[in-house]
Ligand binder design. Structure first.
Ligand SMILES: C[S@@+](CC[C@H](N)C(=O)[O-])C[C@H]1O[C@@H](n2cnc3c(N)ncnc32)[C@H](O)[C@@H]1O
Length: 269
């Protein structure tokens, strides 16, 4: 028997804290499950027992390569992580951080090693797309996490992983899509750097257009976002249900605004 899978990366905007609300709104029946901003996959891993088939996608390349490696060769990854764990030191951290591997297994091992050992454990990149987080202050970082990698490997057997922009994803009638984009910022310091391209107001508008199209095609849609004027205007209440939820964390670059905030879960069913 495998343990219940948990997200294998710590990811900004991870949805663990909203799982009970999301569970209540999960459609009873659907064909394929889609998640086009999968990030750490908190929702997929929590509810994969309700899912027969899935298409998981994100536009972060290293993240999607890591999903593929966990799906296809988890033990090679564990082996490589054990090697990195045995060499872990400040010097080793920065030497791996500076590398630009091109082979998938090395991309995945670097990605997970840095995620487990970097400051705050959060992936973020600068304007030129470079991962530039300094080493964290963990005494004994848990770098390998073999049991969880194997549990995620089991859970990913029914999933296809794609490195794609959300606009290229095409669910069909009676499929269910959960969308958790970078949030429309409530202030200018909100966390938005998952990739070098920022998720702008124009992207929020294009996402709303896509959701309206999917709605007209009979796809079940659930969207997470912040409760801002723009989002309330893009999803009018006469067409969409707005469920207000309280999220206990708020990713803020200064780390000083971490109280509970109201967020929206929007559905078309
Ligand atoms: C809020 S996070 C998702 C968090 C996820 N629900 C979790 O539990 O960890 C948003 C994700 O959207 C991805 N992303 C940003 N812009 C995108 C785009 N244009 N197309 C697809 N994915 C994108 C980011 O890489 C990030 O993983």
């Amino acid at each position: 028997m495998f343990n219940k899978p948990q997200p294998f990366v710590k990811w900004a905007g991870g949805k663990r804290s909203l799982l009970s609300e999301i569970k209540l709104l999960f459609p009873e029946q659907f064909n394929c499950y889609y998640e086009s901003f999968v990030g750490g996959g908190a929702v997929y891993f929590a509810f994969e027992d309700k899912i027969k088939r899935a298409i998981l996608s994100d536009n972060n390349f290293d993240l999607t390569v890591t999903y593929k490696i966990i799906k296809e060769e988890p033990l090679s990854l564990v082996r490589k992580l054990k090697e990195y764990a045995s060499k872990h030191s400040e010097k080793h951290y920065y030497s791996i951080r500076e590398k630009k591997p091109t082979v998938d297994i090395d991309i995945a091992a670097r990605f997970l090693y840095l995620n487990k050992t970097c400051y705050n454990g959060l992936y973020r990149v600068n304007k030129s797309g470079k991962f530039n987080v300094p080493i964290g202050k963990y005494k004994n970082p848990n770098i390998v996490q073999k049991e969880n990698i194997l549990a995620c490997h089991e859970a990913l057997k029914k999933a296809k992983i794609l490195h794609k922009d959300f606009k290229k994803i095409k669910p069909k009638k009676r499929d269910f899509i959960y969308l958790d984009p970078p949030y429309n910022p409530v202030d200018e310091t909100s966390f938005v750097s998952y990739t070098k391209e920022k998720f702008t107001e124009k992207d929020q508008i294009q996402l709303a257009e896509l959701i309206k199209k999917l709605d007209s095609q009979g796809v079940y849609v659930m969207l997470s976002n912040s409760k801002t004027k723009l989002i309330e205007r893009l999803y009018p209440k006469k067409h969409f249900k707005h469920h207000i939820v309280r999220a206990p964390r708020f990713v803020n670059s200064k780390g000083d605004k971490r109280g509970a905030v109201e967020e929206l879960l929007i559905t078309n069913y």
